[in-house]
Design a binder for this molecule. Structure first.
Ligand code: ATP
Ligand code: MG
Length: 336
Protein backbone atom coordinates (compact mmCIF):
# COMPACT_ATOMS: atom_id res chain seq x y z
CA UNK A 1 0.00 0.00 0.00
CA UNK A 2 1.40 3.42 -0.88
CA UNK A 3 1.98 5.81 2.02
CA UNK A 4 -0.10 8.95 2.28
CA UNK A 5 1.71 12.03 1.00
CA UNK A 6 2.81 14.47 3.70
CA UNK A 7 1.00 17.83 3.74
CA UNK A 8 2.97 20.98 4.48
CA UNK A 9 1.83 24.45 5.41
CA UNK A 10 3.81 27.58 6.13
CA UNK A 11 2.59 31.11 6.84
CA UNK A 12 3.98 34.56 6.23
CA UNK A 13 2.61 37.60 8.01
CA UNK A 14 1.46 40.30 5.60
CA UNK A 15 3.76 42.92 7.05
CA UNK A 16 5.86 43.63 3.96
CA UNK A 17 7.91 42.03 1.22
CA UNK A 18 9.92 38.91 2.10
CA UNK A 19 13.61 39.09 2.94
CA UNK A 20 16.67 36.87 2.76
CA UNK A 21 15.97 35.64 6.30
CA UNK A 22 12.74 34.11 4.99
CA UNK A 23 14.53 32.69 2.02
CA UNK A 24 17.27 30.99 4.02
CA UNK A 25 15.09 30.17 7.03
CA UNK A 26 11.93 28.84 5.39
CA UNK A 27 11.54 29.38 1.64
CA UNK A 28 14.29 26.94 0.68
CA UNK A 29 12.03 24.28 2.13
CA UNK A 30 9.04 25.65 0.20
CA UNK A 31 10.96 24.85 -2.97
CA UNK A 32 11.83 21.37 -1.76
CA UNK A 33 8.32 20.58 -0.52
CA UNK A 34 6.73 21.84 -3.72
CA UNK A 35 8.05 18.71 -5.38
CA UNK A 36 7.68 16.25 -2.49
CA UNK A 37 4.50 17.10 -0.56
CA UNK A 38 1.01 18.52 -0.89
CA UNK A 39 2.26 21.97 -0.12
CA UNK A 40 0.30 25.05 1.08
CA UNK A 41 1.55 28.58 1.66
CA UNK A 42 -0.62 31.02 3.53
CA UNK A 43 -0.50 34.80 3.75
CA UNK A 44 -1.22 35.40 7.44
CA UNK A 45 -3.14 38.67 7.35
CA UNK A 46 -5.17 37.90 10.49
CA UNK A 47 -1.99 37.28 12.45
CA UNK A 48 -0.43 40.43 10.97
CA UNK A 49 -3.35 42.48 12.27
CA UNK A 50 -2.42 41.71 15.89
CA UNK A 51 0.22 44.42 15.82
CA UNK A 52 -1.00 46.28 12.71
CA UNK A 53 -4.69 46.79 13.37
CA UNK A 54 -4.19 50.57 13.16
CA UNK A 55 -2.36 50.39 9.81
CA UNK A 56 -5.26 50.24 7.39
CA UNK A 57 -3.95 49.69 3.86
CA UNK A 58 -0.75 47.91 4.89
CA UNK A 59 -2.32 44.46 4.57
CA UNK A 60 -3.45 45.00 0.98
CA UNK A 61 -0.06 46.26 -0.17
CA UNK A 62 1.72 43.44 1.63
CA UNK A 63 -0.56 40.81 0.11
CA UNK A 64 0.54 41.94 -3.35
CA UNK A 65 4.19 42.07 -2.31
CA UNK A 66 4.19 38.55 -0.85
CA UNK A 67 2.15 37.03 -3.67
CA UNK A 68 4.75 38.42 -6.07
CA UNK A 69 7.58 37.00 -3.93
CA UNK A 70 5.99 33.56 -3.95
CA UNK A 71 5.26 33.72 -7.68
CA UNK A 72 8.94 34.47 -8.23
CA UNK A 73 9.89 31.16 -6.56
CA UNK A 74 8.42 29.40 -9.59
CA UNK A 75 6.59 26.71 -7.60
CA UNK A 76 4.69 24.22 -9.72
CA UNK A 77 2.29 22.46 -7.34
CA UNK A 78 1.98 24.59 -4.22
CA UNK A 79 -1.38 26.12 -3.24
CA UNK A 80 -1.20 29.74 -2.10
CA UNK A 81 -4.07 31.29 -0.12
CA UNK A 82 -5.01 34.10 2.22
CA UNK A 83 -5.86 33.41 5.86
CA UNK A 84 -8.80 35.84 6.19
CA UNK A 85 -10.50 34.33 3.12
CA UNK A 86 -11.00 31.04 4.95
CA UNK A 87 -13.70 31.69 7.55
CA UNK A 88 -13.26 28.23 9.08
CA UNK A 89 -9.85 29.28 10.48
CA UNK A 90 -11.25 31.70 13.10
CA UNK A 91 -13.98 29.17 13.81
CA UNK A 92 -11.42 26.45 14.54
CA UNK A 93 -9.39 28.97 16.59
CA UNK A 94 -12.47 29.37 18.81
CA UNK A 95 -12.68 25.63 19.45
CA UNK A 96 -8.95 25.36 20.15
CA UNK A 97 -8.98 28.35 22.50
CA UNK A 98 -10.41 26.22 25.31
CA UNK A 99 -7.51 23.79 25.13
CA UNK A 100 -4.66 26.02 26.32
CA UNK A 101 -4.28 28.26 29.38
CA UNK A 102 -3.74 32.00 29.18
CA UNK A 103 -0.82 31.58 31.59
CA UNK A 104 0.97 29.26 29.23
CA UNK A 105 0.54 31.69 26.34
CA UNK A 106 1.83 34.60 28.42
CA UNK A 107 4.98 32.61 29.19
CA UNK A 108 5.63 31.87 25.50
CA UNK A 109 9.08 33.26 24.54
CA UNK A 110 7.98 34.31 21.05
CA UNK A 111 5.03 36.29 22.45
CA UNK A 112 7.32 37.84 25.06
CA UNK A 113 9.82 38.95 22.44
CA UNK A 114 7.03 40.33 20.19
CA UNK A 115 5.77 42.34 23.17
CA UNK A 116 9.18 43.68 24.10
CA UNK A 117 10.06 44.64 20.52
CA UNK A 118 6.83 46.66 20.23
CA UNK A 119 6.62 48.49 23.55
CA UNK A 120 4.96 51.53 21.96
CA UNK A 121 1.99 49.29 21.18
CA UNK A 122 1.96 46.72 23.97
CA UNK A 123 3.30 48.84 26.87
CA UNK A 124 6.60 48.94 28.76
CA UNK A 125 5.83 45.65 30.55
CA UNK A 126 3.24 44.21 28.19
CA UNK A 127 0.36 45.76 30.16
CA UNK A 128 -1.43 46.82 26.93
CA UNK A 129 -1.03 43.55 25.05
CA UNK A 130 -4.14 42.58 23.09
CA UNK A 131 -5.94 39.25 23.06
CA UNK A 132 -5.02 38.79 19.37
CA UNK A 133 -1.28 38.61 20.03
CA UNK A 134 -1.66 36.36 23.07
CA UNK A 135 -3.85 33.94 21.16
CA UNK A 136 -1.73 33.94 17.98
CA UNK A 137 -0.26 30.47 18.67
CA UNK A 138 -3.84 29.21 18.86
CA UNK A 139 -4.88 30.73 15.54
CA UNK A 140 -1.64 29.47 14.02
CA UNK A 141 -2.59 25.97 15.12
CA UNK A 142 -5.91 26.42 13.35
CA UNK A 143 -4.08 27.58 10.18
CA UNK A 144 -2.06 24.37 10.21
CA UNK A 145 -4.91 22.03 11.08
CA UNK A 146 -7.37 23.44 8.59
CA UNK A 147 -5.43 21.69 5.80
CA UNK A 148 -4.35 18.86 8.14
CA UNK A 149 -0.69 19.68 7.65
CA UNK A 150 1.91 17.25 8.99
CA UNK A 151 5.02 19.35 8.21
CA UNK A 152 5.50 23.03 8.96
CA UNK A 153 8.58 24.75 7.47
CA UNK A 154 9.47 27.66 9.77
CA UNK A 155 12.34 29.69 11.16
CA UNK A 156 13.60 29.01 14.66
CA UNK A 157 11.63 31.89 16.20
CA UNK A 158 8.41 30.00 15.51
CA UNK A 159 9.30 26.83 17.44
CA UNK A 160 7.69 27.92 20.74
CA UNK A 161 4.41 28.55 18.87
CA UNK A 162 4.48 25.11 17.29
CA UNK A 163 5.13 23.49 20.65
CA UNK A 164 1.89 25.00 21.96
CA UNK A 165 0.14 23.94 18.77
CA UNK A 166 1.24 20.33 19.04
CA UNK A 167 -0.08 20.19 22.60
CA UNK A 168 -3.41 21.68 21.53
CA UNK A 169 -3.82 19.04 18.80
CA UNK A 170 -2.80 16.27 21.12
CA UNK A 171 -5.34 17.42 23.71
CA UNK A 172 -8.01 17.72 21.02
CA UNK A 173 -7.37 14.14 19.89
CA UNK A 174 -7.39 12.82 23.45
CA UNK A 175 -10.69 14.55 24.22
CA UNK A 176 -12.54 13.94 20.98
CA UNK A 177 -10.66 11.28 19.00
CA UNK A 178 -12.20 8.22 20.66
CA UNK A 179 -8.78 6.59 20.81
CA UNK A 180 -7.74 7.75 17.33
CA UNK A 181 -6.54 10.92 15.62
CA UNK A 182 -9.01 13.48 14.26
CA UNK A 183 -6.21 15.91 13.42
CA UNK A 184 -2.60 14.94 12.68
CA UNK A 185 0.22 16.02 14.98
CA UNK A 186 2.54 18.16 12.89
CA UNK A 187 6.33 18.54 12.93
CA UNK A 188 8.28 21.77 12.46
CA UNK A 189 10.92 21.63 9.71
CA UNK A 190 13.98 23.87 9.85
CA UNK A 191 16.67 24.65 7.29
CA UNK A 192 20.39 24.57 8.25
CA UNK A 193 20.08 28.37 8.73
CA UNK A 194 16.99 28.70 10.94
CA UNK A 195 17.82 32.17 12.27
CA UNK A 196 19.39 34.97 10.25
CA UNK A 197 20.28 37.99 12.38
CA UNK A 198 19.39 41.55 11.41
CA UNK A 199 21.96 43.63 9.51
CA UNK A 200 21.89 45.95 12.51
CA UNK A 201 23.08 43.11 14.75
CA UNK A 202 19.68 42.47 16.34
CA UNK A 203 18.67 38.91 17.13
CA UNK A 204 16.45 38.44 14.06
CA UNK A 205 16.22 39.85 10.57
CA UNK A 206 12.63 40.95 10.44
CA UNK A 207 10.21 42.70 8.09
CA UNK A 208 8.93 44.88 10.90
CA UNK A 209 12.35 45.97 12.21
CA UNK A 210 13.85 47.56 9.11
CA UNK A 211 17.05 45.52 9.30
CA UNK A 212 16.65 43.24 6.30
CA UNK A 213 17.60 42.76 2.66
CA UNK A 214 14.32 42.25 0.84
CA UNK A 215 14.43 39.65 -1.90
CA UNK A 216 13.03 42.31 -4.25
CA UNK A 217 15.75 44.89 -3.48
CA UNK A 218 17.77 46.04 -6.49
CA UNK A 219 21.46 45.14 -6.79
CA UNK A 220 22.36 48.70 -5.82
CA UNK A 221 20.21 48.70 -2.68
CA UNK A 222 21.53 45.27 -1.72
CA UNK A 223 25.12 46.51 -1.96
CA UNK A 224 24.30 49.69 -0.05
CA UNK A 225 22.64 47.75 2.78
CA UNK A 226 25.47 45.25 3.04
CA UNK A 227 28.06 48.04 3.12
CA UNK A 228 26.21 49.52 6.10
CA UNK A 229 25.77 46.15 7.84
CA UNK A 230 27.17 46.03 11.36
CA UNK A 231 30.59 44.41 11.80
CA UNK A 232 32.96 44.85 14.77
CA UNK A 233 36.24 46.42 15.83
CA UNK A 234 38.40 43.57 14.54
CA UNK A 235 39.39 43.57 10.91
CA UNK A 236 39.41 39.95 9.73
CA UNK A 237 36.71 37.49 8.67
CA UNK A 238 35.91 34.58 10.99
CA UNK A 239 32.99 32.46 12.10
CA UNK A 240 32.49 32.81 15.86
CA UNK A 241 28.73 33.27 16.41
CA UNK A 242 29.09 33.86 20.19
CA UNK A 243 31.95 36.38 20.13
CA UNK A 244 31.41 37.97 16.72
CA UNK A 245 27.69 37.57 15.93
CA UNK A 246 27.40 40.22 13.20
CA UNK A 247 30.43 39.12 11.17
CA UNK A 248 29.48 35.46 11.63
CA UNK A 249 25.97 36.23 10.39
CA UNK A 250 27.40 37.65 7.15
CA UNK A 251 29.62 34.57 6.77
CA UNK A 252 26.58 32.36 7.34
CA UNK A 253 24.59 34.23 4.68
CA UNK A 254 27.50 33.86 2.26
CA UNK A 255 27.77 30.15 3.00
CA UNK A 256 24.02 29.55 2.58
CA UNK A 257 23.82 31.44 -0.73
CA UNK A 258 26.90 29.69 -2.08
CA UNK A 259 25.97 26.23 -0.73
CA UNK A 260 29.36 25.85 0.92
CA UNK A 261 30.25 25.38 4.57
CA UNK A 262 31.33 28.30 6.73
CA UNK A 263 34.92 27.01 7.03
CA UNK A 264 35.33 27.24 3.26
CA UNK A 265 34.01 30.79 3.28
CA UNK A 266 36.33 31.84 6.11
CA UNK A 267 39.23 30.22 4.32
CA UNK A 268 38.40 31.99 1.06
CA UNK A 269 38.29 35.41 2.76
CA UNK A 270 40.92 34.97 5.45
CA UNK A 271 43.17 37.61 3.91
CA UNK A 272 40.35 39.99 2.94
CA UNK A 273 39.12 43.08 4.76
CA UNK A 274 35.43 43.76 5.48
CA UNK A 275 35.02 45.89 2.40
CA UNK A 276 36.23 43.17 0.00
CA UNK A 277 34.12 40.54 1.74
CA UNK A 278 31.00 42.72 1.72
CA UNK A 279 31.39 43.48 -2.00
CA UNK A 280 31.72 39.75 -2.71
CA UNK A 281 28.66 38.97 -0.57
CA UNK A 282 26.52 41.56 -2.37
CA UNK A 283 27.70 40.26 -5.72
CA UNK A 284 26.82 36.68 -4.71
CA UNK A 285 23.32 37.56 -3.43
CA UNK A 286 22.58 39.65 -6.52
CA UNK A 287 23.70 36.85 -8.81
CA UNK A 288 21.67 34.21 -6.98
CA UNK A 289 18.53 36.37 -6.91
CA UNK A 290 18.73 37.62 -10.50
CA UNK A 291 16.16 35.20 -11.90
CA UNK A 292 13.90 35.61 -8.86
CA UNK A 293 13.93 39.39 -9.22
CA UNK A 294 13.16 39.26 -12.94
CA UNK A 295 10.19 36.95 -12.35
CA UNK A 296 9.01 39.13 -9.50
CA UNK A 297 9.11 42.30 -11.61
CA UNK A 298 7.12 40.51 -14.26
CA UNK A 299 4.41 39.61 -11.72
CA UNK A 300 4.23 43.15 -10.35
CA UNK A 301 3.61 44.38 -13.89
CA UNK A 302 1.00 41.66 -14.52
CA UNK A 303 -1.13 41.72 -11.38
CA UNK A 304 -3.85 39.55 -12.94
CA UNK A 305 -1.48 36.56 -12.51
CA UNK A 306 -1.44 37.16 -8.78
CA UNK A 307 -5.23 37.50 -8.59
CA UNK A 308 -5.55 34.17 -10.36
CA UNK A 309 -3.19 32.45 -7.88
CA UNK A 310 -5.19 33.91 -4.98
CA UNK A 311 -8.54 32.85 -6.44
CA UNK A 312 -7.43 29.28 -7.22
CA UNK A 313 -5.93 28.91 -3.76
CA UNK A 314 -9.10 30.14 -2.10
CA UNK A 315 -11.32 27.76 -4.07
CA UNK A 316 -9.17 24.76 -3.24
CA UNK A 317 -8.64 25.49 0.47
CA UNK A 318 -12.29 26.45 0.99
CA UNK A 319 -13.39 22.91 0.14
CA UNK A 320 -10.69 21.33 2.32
CA UNK A 321 -11.55 23.66 5.23
CA UNK A 322 -15.26 22.82 5.05
CA UNK A 323 -14.46 19.11 5.28
CA UNK A 324 -12.05 19.60 8.18
CA UNK A 325 -14.60 21.65 10.11
CA UNK A 326 -17.26 19.05 9.57
CA UNK A 327 -14.98 16.36 10.98
CA UNK A 328 -14.00 18.59 13.90
CA UNK A 329 -17.61 19.44 14.78
CA UNK A 330 -18.70 15.83 14.47
CA UNK A 331 -15.85 14.75 16.75
CA UNK A 332 -16.75 17.44 19.29
CA UNK A 333 -20.41 16.54 19.20
CA UNK A 334 -21.52 20.03 18.14
CA UNK A 335 -22.99 19.21 14.76
CA UNK A 336 -26.77 19.47 15.33
P1 ATP B 1 7.34 40.27 11.27
O1 ATP B 1 8.48 41.07 11.83
O2 ATP B 1 6.24 41.11 10.75
O3 ATP B 1 6.87 39.17 12.21
P2 ATP B 1 9.02 38.41 9.97
O4 ATP B 1 10.19 38.94 9.24
O5 ATP B 1 9.24 37.80 11.32
O6 ATP B 1 7.94 39.54 9.99
P3 ATP B 1 7.14 36.31 9.40
O7 ATP B 1 6.08 36.49 8.38
O8 ATP B 1 6.76 36.45 10.82
O9 ATP B 1 8.31 37.33 9.05
O10 ATP B 1 7.87 34.91 9.20
C1 ATP B 1 7.62 34.03 8.12
C2 ATP B 1 8.50 32.81 8.22
O11 ATP B 1 9.88 33.15 8.02
C3 ATP B 1 8.45 32.16 9.61
O12 ATP B 1 8.54 30.77 9.46
C4 ATP B 1 9.68 32.69 10.30
O13 ATP B 1 10.14 31.84 11.32
C5 ATP B 1 10.66 32.76 9.13
N1 ATP B 1 11.65 33.81 9.39
C6 ATP B 1 11.38 35.12 9.54
N2 ATP B 1 12.50 35.80 9.80
C7 ATP B 1 13.51 34.89 9.80
C8 ATP B 1 14.93 34.99 10.02
N3 ATP B 1 15.49 36.15 10.29
N4 ATP B 1 15.66 33.86 9.94
C9 ATP B 1 15.08 32.66 9.66
N5 ATP B 1 13.76 32.51 9.46
C10 ATP B 1 12.97 33.60 9.53
MG1 MG C 1 7.60 37.20 12.53
Amino acid sequence: MSQRKEISLSGMRTTGALHIGHYLGAMKNFIKFDAEYDSFLMLSDLQALNDNFVNKGKMKDSVTEILADLYALDLKNTTIFIESEIGQIPELTMYFSNLVTVNRLLRNPTIKSEMSSKKELFGENGESVNLGLISSPVSQTADICIVKATRVPVGEDQLPFLEVGRDIVSKFNTLYGEGGEVLPIFEPVLTPTPRILGLDGSTKMSKSLNNSISLKDTSEITLEKIKKAKTDSESHISFEPKNRPSVSNLVLIYSAFSDTDVETVVNEFKLSNFSTFKNALAELINRKLKHFRERRNYAINNISILNEIKKNGHNKVNVIAQNTLLEVKNAMGINY
